[in-house]
Write a protein that binds this ligand. Structure first.
Ligand code: PSU
Ligand code: MN
Length: 301
């Protein structure tokens, strides 16, 4: 059977040579960031990964091909076209079969990256349990997918738009390892501390690589989440006010399903006059840098 994936030349050369590769997701810049900065950010993430001595593999679906290492033109195609679908894991097979374009989420990017043999993935914030999940059952497929996908993912915790306490409970039930990067507190994306302690803290990239090796020796099925807090957080009072407004707007406009995360992020970007966008891009850049360093530690071990 032929592989459903297409690797960029750079990635195809790096992987068999065990050189460091960092997977990056496309939903982040296609649905999570406004135009035209999304395109700049997508390019800057790759530049940072390269600066740290690793190969970037931005992942998405183009004309029915799962692409591991989108070209500049393909990133532009996904970032500027309207109506690019947000593809979860359940959408991958139809998108490939029907030869569509699509952006991949944390969940579907993890699956494709792992399939290609990539060990480290850097993103912004993980999806999780939504605040009204008791009524809506809205829990991101990021969680259940990471429970069965052995990849190491660098993220600034989960977005504070979610029910963080419930998300942490689910991460525990699903046996997803969490390592606080130089912190003992779980970060809340826009905020450095979402208000919950962590059991494990790591100080160095080599420690993360050692945890990855131990996980692999035990043949555990799940992901390792490296929780990397942002340095300059959003003003707490502004955060709480904008969040309350954004949640009310979502309810008023009856936004549901996979539209809710992009909707709330967009509300934040508008209501904070760019402040949340600055924090958001900073988070992504920091995670890309750390992801590249972890990928290096992993390949040098
Ligand atoms: N974090 C961000 N921006 C994003 C997302 C996360 O900073 O755009 C995206 C990721 O692709 C994540 C998805 O997998 O939101 C979660 O969506 P949902 O809640 O519908 O599962
Ligand atoms: Mn959802």
């Amino acid at each position: 059977m032929t592989s459903p994936l297409r690797l960029s030349d750079e990635v195809a050369t790096a992987l068999p040579a065990a050189r460091p590769v960092v997977a990056l997701e496309s939903t982040l810049f296609v649905h999570g960031l406004p135009r035209p900065v999304n395109l700049e950010v997508a390019a800057e993430i790759e530049r940072i990964v390269r600066e740290e001595g690793a190969v970037p593999a931005t992942i998405g679906v183009v004309a029915g091909e799962g692409v591991i290492g989108l070209s500049r033109d393909e990133i532009e195609r996904l970032s500027t076209q309207s109506d690019i679908p947000k593809l979860g894991v359940r959408d991958l097979a139809p998108a490939l079969a029907l030869r569509r374009d699509g952006a991949t989420t944390v969940a579907s990017t993890s699956v494709l990256a792992h399939h290609a043999g990539i060990a480290v993935f850097a993103t912004g914030g993980l999806g999780g349990v939504h605040r009204d999940a008791v009524d809506t059952f809205d829990e991101s497929a990021d969680l259940t997918t990471l429970a069965r996908t052995p990849i190491t993912i660098v993220s600034a915790g989960v977005k504070s738009i979610l029910d963080v306490a419930a998300t942490l409970e689910r991460l525990e039930s699903l046996s997803i390892t969490i390592l606080g990067w130089q912190t003992g507190r779980f970060p809340g994306f826009y905020l450095r501390d979402a208000g919950f302690p962590l059991d494990w803290t790591v100080e160095e990239e080599t420690q993360v690589a050692a945890v990855m090796a131990a996980r692999s020796r035990l043949d555990l099925p799940g992901a390792i989440l490296v929780a990397n807090p942002v340095e300059e957080e959003l003003d707490q009072a502004q955060h709480d006010r904008v969040l309350a407004e954004a949640l009310a707007a979502a309810q008023r406009e009856d936004v549901r399903g996979k539209a809710i995360t992009p909707f709330l992020l967009d509300q934040f970007h508008r209501a904070t006059d760019g402040a949340s966008l600055r924090v958001n891009t900073e988070i992504i850049y920091r995670n890309a840098r750390l992801g590249a360093r972890i990928a290096r530690a992993w390949s040098e071990r």
